[in-house]
Design a protein around this ligand. Structure first.
Ligand code: KIV
Ligand code: ZN
Length: 514
């Protein structure tokens, strides 16, 4: 590999899934892993195998299916975790064990309650143990950016001597700033005698909005692996965003002469896939993948772009996989072929069953809405795909609302194949409808978020609703779309409820502070 090639390590399925509310089932994780592999990332961190049987199965399945990228499994610095990761990675073409321990004074004293010398011994023991099971071992110094420089250099040297091929220096709490982080990486490059035997990696959290800037500064200082996630998903404010860091490198080779193996034309598809699966909408002004990232509102800008795109566009929409602007607006006469073709142009490719389900929803929508825009298609696909096997399904609903109460919902849901109906009242139609859901599927989950936005302009626009539920510390997001806001709300609620039912079956990960 050339000395200017930067390894892209994607951790959407591990750190990304640690976002409060983001949960993915095995099929969804596999789909994302395959798409990441096709996009050309170098390493896919598929999960934390010791955390739960679900995580173990996800890593095992992904390891068996991914052909090009290395597949990593995370483990703490103990033999049990490492053995479990090795077991899950058995079927991988290129397995990687990623083991970590905290090295900062704060974490060692309060979290680990260990002396530095004991931590150093754990570094040596855990990396040696992992190397006996796997050739490719990565070691991470959790809270590395707040670690004493001398101690960090000793740990890095010891990890490399014990066999680590990649040494990762996370900014776990998103505290560092570009210059400081670059100095830290440069210090390691200069001081650690065996540093040429390992790749230095960076893993930045975005608490101060600096994750991308910090990662790029570290690359300029000698790091050659960036850990990142699609849409910047991750703990708290998230991780370094893959699409931003990769497009920054692609767009500014004059100042950053580094390459990656990412086929950037896949970015939009991956972003939408992750957003659909997690139920986390992408903010419109998000760099690279936000709906407005290539939209020009002001007349002066529009005029400039029409004369020469480069006047206001520093990268082309095609370079991130956006479809050419379409003159085709789908409507009720559009056939399955046109529907499938437009979805493909939008980066959405569905299997036959999913396509049939989505097409049926499209026809229903086209009966009620004259013009169907790209945003409508994406919203209805999000609301349909992957839900056919859900335990609870929305069937129908009629609501009575207005100023002359009582507001009432007559709701039918299908639960495990059996239709159940109820009439419920509430303080407004949404409250009545949600009370109906609770009457049919009794549960104690708390509604943490209820959010509505119009997918397009006009009073016949679809409403896209996000619902967040919390139960025993577990949070899930659900999304629903429909021109009827109350129907969209119930769809979103039912989506979240189904995710909660899946989550209940998973054991709680213990002390996951990665
Ligand atoms: O943020 C962090 O320190 C991590 C490590 C496990 C790499 O996620
Ligand atoms: Zn992290």
């Amino acid at each position: 590999m050339s000395s200017n090639r930067v390894i892209i390590f994607d951790t959407t399925l591990r750190d990304g899934e640690q976002s409060p509310g983001a949960s993915m089932n095995l099929d969804e994780k596999l789909k994302i892993a395959i798409a990441l592999d096709e996009m050309g990332v170098d390493v896919i961190e598929a999960g934390f195998p010791i955390a739960s049987n679900g995580d173990f199965e996800a890593v095992r399945t992904i390891a068996g299916r991914v052909r090009n990228a290395a597949v990593a499994g995370l483990s703490r610095a103990n033999a049990k975790d490492i053995d479990r990761a090795a077991e899950a990675l058995k079927g991988a073409v290129r397995p990687r064990i990623h083991t970590f321990i905290s090295t900062s004074p704060l974490h060692m004293k309060y979290k680990l309650q260990m002396e530095p010398e004991a931590v150093l011994q754990h570094v040596i023991d855990s990396v040696s143990h992992a190397r006996n099971l796997c050739d490719d071992v990565e070691w991470s110094a959790e809270d590395g950016s707040r670690t004493d420089a001398d101690f960090l250099a000793r740990c890095v040297e010891a990890a490399i001597r014990a066999g680590a091929r990649t040494v990762n220096i996370p900014d776990t709490v998103g505290y560092t700033i570009p210059e400081e982080y670059a100095d830290l990486i440069r210090m390691l490059m200069n001081r650690v005698p065996n540093i040429d035997q390992a790749v230095i990696s960076v893993h930045c959290h975005n608490d101060l909005g600096l994750a991308v800037a910090n990662s790029l500064a570290a690359v300029a200082a000698g790091a050659r692996q960036i850990e990142c996630t699609i849409n910047g998903l991750g703990e708290r404010a998230g991780n370094c965003s893959l699409e931003e860091v990769v497009m920054a490198l692609r767009t500014r080779p004059d100042r950053m002469p580094y390459t990656t193996g990412v086929k950037t034309e896949h970015i939009t598809k991956l972003s939408r896939l992750v957003s659909t699966v997690t139920g986390f909408p992408v903010q419109p002004n998000k760099a690279i993948v936000g709906a407005n990232a290539f939209a020009h509102e002001s007349g002066i800008h529009q005029d400039g772009v029409l004369k020469h795109a480069a006047t206001y566009e520093i990268m082309t929409p095609e370079s991130v996989g956006l479809p050419p602007r379409s003159n085709i607006v789908l409507g009720k006469l559009s056939g399955r072929h046109a529907f499938k073709q437009r979805l493909k142009e939008l980066g959405v490719e569905l299997g036959d069953n999913a396509l049939n389900d989505a097409f049926k929803r499209f026809k229903d929508l086209a009966d009620r809405k004259r013009q169907i825009y790209d945003e409508d298609l994406l919203a209805l696909v999000e609301d349909t795909v992957g839900r056919a096997n859900d335990t609870v399904q929305f069937v129908r609903m009629r609501v009575t609302c207005g100023s002359e109460g009582p507001q009432e919902a007559v709701l039918t849901l299908d639960v495990d194949g059996t239709p159940r109906s109820v009439t419920a009242q509430g303080n407004g139609p949404v409250d009545a409808a949600f009370n109906g859901v609770r009457a049919i599927v009794p549960h104690e989950a708390r509604l943490q978020l209820y959010q509505v936005h119009a997918v397009t302009e006009g009073t016949d626009a679809q409403a896209e609703v996000t619902v967040r539920l919390e139960e025993d510390g577990k949070t899930v997001n659900g999304q629903g779309a429909d021109p009827d806001t109350i129907v969209a709300s119930v769809r979103a609620y039912v989506h979240a409820l189904n995710k909660l039912l899946v989550k209940r079956q998973r054991t709680a990960p213990e002390a996951m502070t990665a």
